[in-house]
Ligand binder design. Structure first.
Ligand SMILES: [Zn+2]
Length: 364
């Protein structure tokens, strides 16, 4: 009550510049979850699957500014989740993968104008080689000086799951460690930053990679959708919502940015990578006693709504009726948040299917 009254007073003092509900939201520091947004290029003329137009990105920032969101630096979100410190409701983190130079040219000036912090995941070989299209260390240091954080995206942006046949699993993990520790050392040497946050290239990892990376002291970040809480962060593959030209709908952005994690007790699934036609069975045991029928909805890439089977009151079996496609695909599940129209619990599971002869599909 005291907090609310104080919030209302602040609004009066500040005139009408700040909407009352923003303060009310931010005064209620009670959430134990947040949302991480993921972008690559903020540009036109770059590949559509990894690009968002600057004017759409600006709309995202306007929605975050006006919609009662608190945009936090990634280290602050991580620390709050790890240390059980309360977060503002609608806490959002902005991240960019690859350190493309259009981020310095297009996104950074807008972010500065809005006063929003952000994190860039850097593949250091491209910066070290001064590869055209990527930022230089000077540019990265310039953004760092204005509040950006810099984190690890491996040295060479390799596929962490594509072990050459000639290498043993042990040799492969050693090579991955050199990639990941090597990038961390380069970022630290050039900028002093040393978070041990790793964004998996292409959002790809499996249980073995996650286990290794976690044992080396890194927190892993994926490209599967969903809000994040402490459990998901410590799972070794924290969700991030990717945005590109296929996701230009601003209502979709609002829903994702204000989403909550699914109240999950346990998640069971048959594997990460498949080399045959499969219809993976995802079993979600939810910790809510709510009626889920007609409320929980799951969708598969290219297949639309997935039929759901109730195994028990709060245990749902999610399984597509046709095999998943070759390549990366996902199941996305949503459940409306009780009493908060327009907000959803959101959870995603990524699948990777190799070609039927066991070879890797070409990366588009
Ligand atoms: Zn990348």
């Amino acid at each position: 009550m005291v907090k609310r009254a104080f919030a209302a007073l602040l609004c009066l003092v500040n005139g009408l510049l700040i909407p009352v509900n923003l303060w009310a939201e931010n005064a209620g520091n009670s959430a134990n979850h947040g949302v991480i947004l993921q972008y690559h290029h903020i540009a036109t003329g770059t590949p559509p699957s990894t690009s968002l137009a600057p004017e759409v990105f600006r709309r995202h920032l306007e929605i975050l500014k006006q919609g009662g969101f608190s945009v936090l630096p990634l280290p602050k979100l991580v620390a709050a989740l790890q240390e059980h410190r309360p977060l503002p409701d609608r806490a959002v983190v902005i991240t960019f993968d690859d350190a493309y130079d259009d981020i310095a040219q297009q996104a950074a000036p807008m972010l500065e104008q809005f006063g929003f912090p952000y994190t860039i995941f850097v593949s250091t070989d491209f910066v070290d080689r001064k590869q055209p299209g990527y930022m230089t260390w000077d540019q990265l240091r310039g953004l760092q000086a204005k509040g950006a954080n810099l984190a690890n995206h491996t040295r060479s942006h390799l596929h962490l799951l594509r072990k050459p046949d000639a290498l043993s699993q042990k040799q492969w993990l050693q090579a991955l460690r050199e990639e990941i520790d090597g990038a961390e050392q380069r970022i630290q040497a050039e900028t002093g930053e040393h978070w041990r946050y790793l964004a998996y290239p292409y959002g790809e990892a499996d249980a073995a990679v996650i286990k290794a990376v976690t044992s080396w002291g890194y927190l892993g970040f994926g490209q599967q959708s969903g809000a994040v809480n402490k459990t998901l962060l410590n799972s070794g593959m924290a969700p991030r919502y990717p945005f590109n030209q296929s996701y230009q709908d601003l209502d979709d952005f609002r829903v994702k940015a204000s989403s909550l994690p699914l109240p999950l007790k346990k998640e069971t699934f048959p594997g990460w990578v498949f080399d045959e036609p499969v219809q993976p069975e995802l079993i979600l045991a939810l910790s809510t006693q709510r009626e889920l029928k007609g409320q929980l909805n799951c969708y598969a890439s290219g297949q639309g709504a997935i039929p759901l089977r109730m195994q028990a009151d709060n245990v749902v079996v999610v399984q597509v009726s046709k095999p998943i496609p070759v390549g990366r695909s996902r199941y996305n599940c949503t459940l409306p948040v009780a009493g908060q129209p327009g907000r959803y619990h959101w959870h995603s599971r990524m699948w990777i299917r190799k070609r039927d002869d066991g070879s890797w599909y070409p990366e588009p």
